[in-house]
Design a protein around this ligand. Structure first.
Ligand code: SAH
Ligand code: SF4
Ligand code: F3S
Length: 468
């Protein structure tokens, strides 16, 4: 273990540092951590902030859990018996407890299960939900002092957000910025209001300052995050969400601004107007509908009808730009009939989504729907999921053809040497694989103009073209 750690720190230790400085470096390096992250983009970005905080507190991140003094597990609870999987993984940690390691369980399952985690896995020392992360430095100090059963579980009613300048950004080109945390919507099937707490927004000037900071660091793409990003409610009352989008899109150096996830209830027409007016705002809206049946939407407590949703879609379709639309669907919600499913399938066709993430309903602890009988057998859910995926595939096969011959800007994400292609993403967030004639491949993070020569249901193929 020590050998590989010294190889990580050798550049510092072999410097001209005085012996006592060298000792300090070694001492600080003995605080090593390993982190595993599951869940949505918000959780992934939380981990970037947790890593930044740990590094600021003198910890060194290692890529091998065997080398870590502290193992953090950032968990997700959204579906599929998530807590059982977490406890299973914690059981695997058990065999490492004799090595003097410490364990922390954070994120949505941590908040949901709370101190039950200590009861089932007594070798875990820290359990914290995301609403308590701003207290991490104090929790870490207690951990280092040898305390056990440290919790960060009582902050779900807070108005504070987790703002930190210490963010270990893992994607070198796309910078994530959380603008709103928590959720007050309480959809019947969903754990998020219980795991992430009350909805709370960051002040617009703080968001813009972070955007400027990361643009200065060389990021050209920003993604604004929130469970319901467009429910943003500036506590300084200066800006609407659409105005904030426009402001972030005007930060010098920023070429692309994305935002996810939008909730239909709070989707206002000025968001479409902002996309039309500000070229840096990407032409993509992820607006999960969940079901095309008004009866199911009511049972889900989504607080909109099929027609109300479709009205928002008509605004997006009336835009000057071709705005790509994507969605999430839940099939097999208790009481869903074959006709309800058909209503969802026809809604997919009416909207013409470019991508749909479809899930089988899974009952979740604490949610109102858990008291309903999970009435749709799993094999029926599987069959319904299949129907939705097949109908959606046919939609995409046809709709991606609209890009044939189109010339678009692509941000390079990587290279497929086997196929001799460069891979990247369009403003609509579509995967574009393209060839270049230059012997030198374009760098990741750079932009190329590409003419589309072939289309598939999930990707586009093209060739780089010169622009004058
Ligand atoms: N705030 C967003 C979605 C966040 S959760 C919204 O309201 O649209 C991400 C997705 O997980 C949801 O859109 C939903 O499709 C899915 N999901 C959430 N809870 C679920 C459950 N209990 N079973 C199946 N899918 C679920
Ligand atoms: Fe969950 Fe509904 Fe909140 Fe989305 S809006 S996070 S689905 S409760
Ligand atoms: Fe999962 Fe929590 Fe995100 S439940 S989807 S990590 S908000």
């Amino acid at each position: 273990m020590w050998r590989s750690l010294t190889s990580i720190i050798r550049p510092c230790v072999e410097s001209s540092a005085a012996p006592e400085q060298q000792r300090d470096i070694l001492k600080s390096v003995s605080k090593t951590f390993y982190i595993e992250t599951f869940g949505c983009q918000m959780n992934a970005h939380d981990s970037e902030k947790v890593i930044g905080t740990l590094e600021h507190e003198g910890y060194l991140r290692v890529e091998d859990e065997a080398e870590a003094g502290l193992i953090l597990y950032n968990t997700c609870s959204i579906r599929d018996k998530a807590e059982q999987k977490v406890f299973h993984r914690l059981n695997e940690y058990k065999r490492m407890q004799g090595e003097g390691k410490k364990f922390a369980v954070i994120g949505c399952v941590a908040q949901q299960e709370g101190t039950r985690i200590f009861d089932k896995a007594p070798y875990v020392s820290l359990v914290s939900g995301s609403a308590s992360y701003r207290n991490l430095p104090q929790m870490l100090a207690r951990l280092e002092a040898g305390e056990n059963r440290i919790t960060g579980l009582d902050d779900r009613q807070t108005d504070e957000t987790f703002e930190t300048e210490f963010v270990a950004r893992t994607n070198p080109h796309r910078g994530y910025i959380t603008i709103i945390e928590g959720c007050d919507k309480f959809c019947a099937y969903c754990v998020v209001p219980y795991t992430r707490g009350k909805e709370r927004s960051r002040a617009a000037n703080s968001v813009i300052d972070e955007a400027i900071r990361i643009a200065d660091q060389g990021f050209t793409e920003i993604q604004l995050l929130g469970q319901n990003v467009n429910s943003y409610n500036d506590p300084s009352a200066k800006m609407t969400f659409a105005e904030l989008l426009a402001a972030v899109g005007s930060v010098p150096g920023i070429k692309r601004v994305r935002f996810t996830t939008s909730h239909p209830r709070d989707f206002t027409k000025d968001i479409v107007d902002a996309i039309d007016a500000v070229p840096t705002l990407c032409d993509h809206v992820h607006l999960p509908v969940q079901s095309g049946s008004t009866a199911v939407l009511k049972a889900m407590n989504r607080e909109y009808t099929r027609d109300w949703y479709l009205e928002r879609i008509s605004w997006i379709k009336a835009a000057k730009r071709d705005i790509s639309m994507t969605s999430d669907i839940i099939v097999g919600f208790p009481g869903e009939t074959e006709q309800d499913l058909e209503d969802t399938a026809t809604l997919l066709e009416e909207v013409g989504y470019d991508q749909v993430f479809a899930f089988k309903y899974s009952p979740r602890p604490n949610t109102p729907a858990v008291t309903l009988a999970d009435s749709i057998p799993d094999e029926v859910k599987v069959a319904r999921l299949q129907v939705i995926l097949e109908r959606q595939r046919a939609i995409q096969k046809a709709s991606y053809q609209r890009h044939l011959g189109e010339v678009m800007e692509v941000m390079v994400e990587g290279h497929n040497h086997q196929r001799g292609q460069v891979t990247g993403r369009s403003s609509q967030n579509k995967t574009v694989n393209f060839t270049v004639t230059d012997p030198i491949l374009p760098a990741t993070g750079s932009y190329r103009t590409v003419k589309i020569t072939q289309t598939f249901p999930n990707s586009l193929v093209g060739e780089a073209v010169r622009v004058n």
